[in-house]
Design a protein around this ligand. Structure first.
Ligand SMILES: Cc1ncc(COP(=O)(O)O)c(C=O)c1O
Length: 416
């Protein structure tokens, strides 16, 4: 298991007081805090190695290029890609999905084709497909979620056909914490000849991922949710697919030869990395991957399951319809950790989620309130907003007890 008190020492921000109280940071699904190793990597790059990459032959340019490409190799190894060419650096998971929608979607989709998504997608795995569907005359189909927060796989099977060209699904829901059976979903997609994209924004930070075991053709990830800096993420894509796809953006570095009337594209992965990339933050991502690997992704997975289980049991003390501590708290999605981790969304009857979040903030506790960029899922749940607590490697059971105390305080203030 993780040595959490030692880990906490690595995160300067955890020493902060918020409203005079020690920070209890439970908004990790939005973004995680950064260890000193990642902050140091950024400072070291700018202090000692800053130069543009792939162009200069001077020492700094060569150092910066080597550091940037080393980060790509670390990421490739981390997710079990066959090679660094399969890793495209982008700004975030959103851009990774847009890259596939605009490059692959525009080149290969035809009128009448179908894309299957689910009702529980983050907007970033919905809007790009809405845009490309409108442009190309493609139909979007949705796997429903059932009352327990699981995807209805019988309905998925019914939706699949030879018209299906892509299935794009979130691995761990950022609202319900549900771990979707992506390997099975991918296998079923491949059986009808469709490609399979996994939105790994919440899963890659939380569990060991090997792309081959997951039957995925594309995987979209944001660094900032796995200890890395904001403004950097990556798309994994199978090499033969990325080779067939046209560039997403044009400019420097993505070309091999340029003439006034046409150009020849660079090879992978540079064909998709137009212009000067986010060098420093990519190096920061490399440092984050090192940090996570030292802890061990299996240990991280176990730690978060343990915290999620504890939080589910504590929160259920307040559960709807009636419990000794009083009625009113409703947990959305699975109630056990069999297929859930890291994220718990809930509501309290009679108190708006923003009020809960505000009262908790007074106690130094950071949670998220709102629809968490998943409006259709909240429409399905028939609720405009929820409170969301999400955990990571530095969180403790003691912090979940503080969350409980804060919720009881909110109930007291609202006389519920
Ligand atoms: C499941 C899921 N997918 C995609 C995203 C988009 O991530 P980003 O905003 O970093 O692109 C998020 C962010 O909250 C997410 O939770």
């Amino acid at each position: 298991m993780l040595n959490v008190s030692k880990i906490r020492e690595d995160f300067p921000i955890l020493k902060r007081l918020i409203n005079g109280k020690p920070l209890v940071y439970l908004d990790n699904a939005a973004t995680t805090q950064k260890p000193q190793a990642v902050i140091d990597a950024l400072v070291d790059y700018y202090s000692n190695h800053n130069a543009n990459i792939h162009r200069g032959i001077h020492t700094l340019a060569e150092e910066a290029t080597a550091m940037y490409e080393k980060a790509r190799e670390r990421v490739a190894k981390f997710i079990g890609a066959k090679g660094a060419q399969e890793i495209i650096f982008v700004r975030n998971a959103t851009e990774a999905i847009n890259l596939v929608a605009y490059s692959w979607g525009r080149a290969f989709l035809k009128k009448g084709d179908e894309i299957i998504l689910s009702e529980s997608e983050h907007h970033s795995n919905l809007i790009p497909w809405q845009l490309v569907a409108k442009e190309k005359g493609v139909n979007l189909r949705f796997i429903p979620i059932n009352a327990e927060g699981y995807l209805d796989l019988k309905e998925y099977k019914r939706l699949l056909s030879t018209k299906t060209k892509l299935v794009s699904i979130v691995h761990i829901s950022n609202v319900l914490g549900t771990i979707n059976p992506v390997a099975k979903i991918g296998k079923m997609a491949h059986e009808v000849g469709a490609l399979f994209l996994i939105d790994g924004a919440q899963s890659v930070p939380r569990m060991p991922i090997k792309v081959e075991d997951l039957e995925c053709d594309f995987l979209a990830v944001s660094a900032h949710k796995m200890l890395g800096p904001t403004g950097i993420g990556f798309l994994y894509g199978k090499k033969h697919l990325l080779e067939e796809m046209p560039p997403f953006m044009g400019g420097g570095d993505m070309i091999r030869e340029v003439y006034l009337d046409h150009s020849l594209w660079n090879g992978l992965p540079y064909k998709f990395e137009a212009g000067t990339p986010n060098i420093a933050d990519t190096i920061g991502l490399g440092a984050a991957v090192d940090y996570l690997e030292k802890l061990g992704m299996e240990n991280i997975f176990k730690h978060e399951k343990m915290l999620t289980e504890y939080a589910l049991s504590r929160l259920s003390e307040l559960s709807y319809p009636s419990t000794p501590l009083g009625a009113g708290l409703r947990i959305y999605g699975p109630k056990t950790t069999e297929n859930k981790t890291g994220v718990i969304s809930f509501s309290i009857k009679g108190i708006h989620p923003h009020d809960v979040a505000q009262i908790l903030d007074k106690e130094g506790i950071a949670i998220r309130s709102g629809f968490h960029c998943a409006m259709p899922l909240h429409q399905k749940l028939k609720i405009p907003a929820t409170c969301r607590a999400s955990f990571y490697i530095y969180n403790t059971k003691d912090e979940i007890d503080k969350l409980m105390e804060g919720i009881l305080k909110a109930k007291k203030i609202f006389k519920i």
